[in-house]
Design a protein around this ligand. Sequence first.
Ligand code: GLA
Length: 398
Amino acid sequence: MTDATPQPVSSAARTLFTELTGAEPVGLWSAPGRVNLIGEHTDYNDGFVLPFAIEQRTHVALGTRPDGRIRVISTVDPVPVEIPLADLDLLFPDDRTDVPEWATYPLGVAWALLRTTGARAASVTGVDLAIASSVPIGAGLSSSAAIEGAVAMALNETWNLGLDRVALARVGRTAENEAVGAPTGIMDQMASMLGRADAAIFLDCRSLDTDIVDLGFAAAGLELVVIDSGVAHSHATGGYAERRAACERGAVIMAVTALRDLSVADLPRAAELMDDVTFRRVRHVVTENQRVLDTVQTLRERGPHAIGDLLLASHASMRDDFEISVPELDTAVEAAMAAGAVGARMTGGGFGGAAIALVAHDKVKTVKDAAATAFAASGFAPPTVFTVVPSSGARNDP
Ligand code: GLA
């Protein structure tokens, strides 16, 4: 087991920029990853989610250039990628494989910003962007939304586009859906844009209305432990899109716009109308929406110690009905609970990534050790276990 603590990476972005260009950046921006407390696979069903931004962030150092080109470099790849802004239209959405996958995020955001605002490539300045991140990749903590958020905010300000945070979240989702090619919802981008210290974002994914929900973990003597299974996942392929298609099928059968329009009382009728697999996908989404509403109410009325059962019910629903958990994540949840966690569940899109556990401060070490022991006993590679703190959203850094 290893502990991953947030590294100060803004200086890494600045250094990388200077190495690339020989100059100082004109500005630095950053955006956080997120943990979803509850509300999984509900966002693209127009439903409810309750994520929070974390301290781990992606940093972007930006400089301008006079030749209308965009050049991006990242600490994950020593080779920069450069293209005229006017040629982004040739890459996206169809020819994205012409650039390495990591570069589709920043270039995709530039493309989506121009498309969304109708700004012509010739009317904005060329840019160099250097990117460094402390958000673990593939852990289900949305390193993708962090890079999208940081780049979107940097370019929005540099190009004077005047988009607000919600519009920038939409731009991030457009980049993710159409440039990267992952058919995700908008939860991660909204969490990264709107995060607040010590609070979660209660988001209605239909209206995009948000409400801040105080978490009060520290005051309640609790910590949020992330158990990264190390099982890599990708939402651009396979299971995620399949689950989304099943949800859309369910909505058509029930003659509603989205599964958000169903309530738990509609489930017996759904069971009669659809095959077992589709029904179980629908049941997950419908009950998960209700669990988000219940979690918000419980947090407000009784505090975080009282949400454990909701987290566990969410995990069971993802494991049994939505079938997006993996043995490592089930093991993480079971080990955390056996070691005295208040509640635990896998978080994010599934098929790998991380589980979260809400744990009393004095039991954190026990939970960490229990996860490591349980993984070893099952023959899994050691998990990476660390705590996260609800933190603020995207920003221009000094
Ligand atoms: C990924 C997607 C989100 C959301 C979650 C599942 O993180 O990016 O939009 O669908 O999976 O809740």
